[in-house]
Design a protein around this ligand. Structure first.
Ligand SMILES: [Zn+2]
Length: 378
């Protein structure tokens, strides 16, 4: 591991029988029919410069290994590392040495542009498992939005995760990237339990960091002051971070705030959670939402609100937690930060049987659909 081989994309495409526009074969950008969306207009571009492909019709992108995993001559579906190993035995596919960007010396978190680029490339190498896709659909998102927001399943298979990391490390310096750490000169992605990766974006839609929504939140053992050990359900969301691997050049993530929806809107809806904000924004016709990664995580709140400069701010923290004194305290703090930065600040209320603003919006949508169905039936 570590010595990652970059297989030639065009050789691989030829081997996979991809329909290439022959007249473009000597160009830097070779044009092909995209096999993912069965495009007929040669809208897939295979770059000789980056050795990556991208379809301008369906948005699918990747490298030789990605392509081979789905369209190899045997017609079998391979995992990325299986595809990589199979390509090692393909004599017709050339190999490249790709220069890695010069290494950064300090352990500071990387600039947002670099972070966003590397995280985006990471996400392109990952899949969204069916059960995770179903989970997102059940929240009210549609498949187009799920694809656009780039949710992915965290790779729990060690060999696959290492393959993905080798592939990234061959092209990028991973210093200062939360979620990555290095031992004996080899970069790794920190291990987490299975879950959905959620990009946490900024005003420019760049990825600030990735959060994981665990399928099963970890169970924590806590000892009470009375000396009794009890099991508590741990947190459902966590940053993709390598703060635990600080000794191994790991990097932690500060509590960035997610921004989603129409950035030009003069009304900002404030809630807790990146995924919740995405869903609520989608279900409300792309209203501008910001999602704190915890009601107490207000470190960037002033900066974010100032950059969006809204007229109105509507706070929509989950109804069911508002009786919690800690949450109430946090709500007061949020209001104290936000109110001076807008003309009107208000708190949204709804019946408590709908926990979050996303649940409320989904309930309304389903109710409307149901009523329409009944009306048509009569
Ligand atoms: Zn396509």
């Amino acid at each position: 591991m570590g010595a990652y081989i970059n297989f030639d994309l065009i050789d691989t495409a030829e081997l996979c029988g991809i329909d290439i526009r022959r007249s473009t074969l000597s160009n830097d950008e070779v044009e092909a029919r995209c096999p993912y969306c069965c495009d007929h207009r040669y809208r897939m571009y295979l770059s000789r410069l980056t050795n990556m492909f991208y379809c301008h019709n369906c948005g699918t992108g990747g490298n030789a290994v990605t392509l081979y995993s789905s369209f190899n001559p045997k017609g079998v579906c391979l995992k990325n590392y299986e595809s990589y190993n199979a390509l090692l035995n393909e004599p017709s596919v050339g190999r490249h040495d790709v220069p890695v960007q010069p290494e950064k010396s300090n352990a500071q978190i990387r600039e947002i542009e670099e972070r966003s680029e590397i995280y985006t490339e990471l996400l392109k190498l990952l899949r969204l498992e069916k059960e995770h896709c179903t989970n997102l659909l059940n929240r009210g998102l549609d498949s187009e939005r799920i694809a656009r927001n780039m949710y992915r399943s965290f790779p729990t298979d060690n060999a696959e995760r290492q393959w993905i990391c080798d592939s990234l490390a061959a092209r990028y310096d991973l210093h200062g990237m939360p979620g990555f750490y290095r031992t004996d000169g080899i970069w790794h992605i920190a291990a987490f339990k299975s879950g959905i990766l959620i990009p946490i974006r900024n005003k420019q839609n760049l990825i600030q960091g990735l959060q994981i929504r665990f399928d099963n939140p970890p169970v924590k053992r806590v000892t009470t002051p009375e000396g009794i050990t009890i099991e508590k359900i741990g947190t459902r969301f966590m940053w993709l971070s390598s703060s635990k691997q600080k000794k191994f050049e790991g990097t932690s993530v500060p509590s960035y705030i997610h921004i989603t929806g129409n950035r030009d809107s003069d009304t900002v809806y404030l809630t807790e959670g990146g995924l919740k904000s995405d869903v609520a924004s989608y279900l409300s016709g792309d209203k501008l939402f910001i999602g704190l990664t915890g009601v107490q995580n207000t470190g960037f709140l002033k900066e974010v609100i100032s950059s969006l400069s809204p007229k109105r701010i509507v706070e929509a923290v989950d109804m069911d937690v508002r009786s919690n004194p800690q949450v109430r305290k946090a709500q007061v703090k949020i209001q104290a930060i936000c109110a001076p930065l807008c003309e009107t600040y208000k708190r949204l209320f709804w019946p408590i049987d709908q926990k979050g603003i996303d649940d409320l919006l989904l309930f309304r949508k389903l109710k409307k659909e149901y009523e329409e169905k009944i009306r048509k039936g009569n």
